[in-house]
Write a new protein. Structure first.
Length: 250
């Protein structure tokens, strides 16, 4: 298990935010990967977070197992698999510095997209968009999920215009990302990242994730999230900028 104090100084708030995201503060968990990448390699960080994400997915899938859209999942899960493969090939064929730079760029774009949506903007696929666009967004969701556990923006661009009933939207999202997270397991096995050290570190952080998920369910009904989201996304831009700086000066 990792013992570096700086790692845990980054990991504990990262996992807390990831738990809050699962508990209702959608999107804030995307900062977990950039924070961990300040302390360890991005591929190692992603491998530590993946078992925690899979554990958290169980609750969402069970709660909404009867509410999901077959068409969305049939199109986006296979294409997300292609994106995961591309993300794996990137991590396997290039240096950690390149992955760090890609992670920094994804972090900044994700945060800017979220801030734009908070101001009423956003780019979405037309309701009658051709399936080819949905397939492309599925590939993008798989790729960004493999590299940064941040596949929500491409997924939402395709799904939100369909105006699914809220339980169906939540259920479809939960099942999609639970499946995507399991599809990422072979890639991280092939990268040799499911080491005893990484798995023990993930196990040590899992209770933090569970407690913070429950806290998110409780807090989301009691506080105004707008300022919280604003602070998180600004922080995400700053952290992403730091990762890009490190990548270009490595």
């Amino acid at each position: 298990m990792l013992t570096d104090p700086f790692f845990y100084a980054m990991a504990v708030p990262a996992v807390v935010l990831m738990g809050l995201a699962k508990g209702g503060f959608a999107g804030v968990g995307a900062i977990a990967m950039p924070l961990l990448a300040l302390a360890i390699s991005p591929v190692k960080a992603a491998a530590i977070l993946l078992p925690i994400l899979i554990l958290q997915d169980v609750v969402g899938v069970w709660a909404f197992r009867r509410s999901w859209d077959r068409g969305v999942l049939a199109l986006m899960i296979p294409t997300a698999g292609i994106g995961i493969l591309l993300g794996y090939l990137l991590a396997a064929q290039v240096s950690a510095t390149v992955v760090l730079g890609v992670l920094g760029a994804i972090s900044i774009v994700f945060a800017l997209h979220r801030l734009w949506r908070m101001r009423g903007g956003g780019v979405e696929a037309p309701k009658d968009a051709p399936p080819a666009l949905g397939a492309a967004l599925g590939v993008a969701a798989g790729f960004t999920s493999q590299i940064a556990h941040a596949g929500q923006p491409p997924f939402q661009m395709w799904v939100l215009p369909k105006n699914l009933a809220p339980p169906v939207l939540v259920g479809t999202t939960a099942i999609f990302f639970a499946t995507v997270n399991w599809l990422k397991v072979p890639a991280y096995l092939a990268l040799g990242q499911f080491t005893r050290e990484n798995l023990m570190t993930a196990a040590a952080l899992a209770p933090v994730a569970i407690v913070s998920t429950l806290a998110g369910v409780w807090l989301v009904r009691r506080i105004r999230p707008d300022r919280f989201y604003l602070a998180i996304y600004i922080l995400m831009i700053l952290v992403g900028g730091q990762l890009l700086w490190e990548a270009f000066n490595a």
